[in-house]
Design a protein around this ligand. Sequence first.
Ligand SMILES: [Zn+2]
Length: 87
Amino acid sequence: MSERPRDRVDIEGVADPAAPKPPSKPKPVADQPRRFISVHHTCCNTYGRMYPDAGRTRFVGRCPKCGARVEATIGPGGTDRRLFDTQ
Ligand SMILES: [Zn+2]
């Protein structure tokens, strides 16, 4: 084998303007103030992102198509899932 298969993010249908090219080397893992989680908006069958709110107590986001607000609680007993479905 001469090449590694390209790492692939397990999300379909998400345009990511912040990542136009694959990283060539690992970045130092510093504090990640803009950490986000992905969410599947079942209302429009599309994917979006949620970012922590100011208090870091929940993730909040909006459906990119219809603007429906979604949120997920952060905290003990919460989840390590990185992909949520809206209810
Ligand atoms: Zn929607």
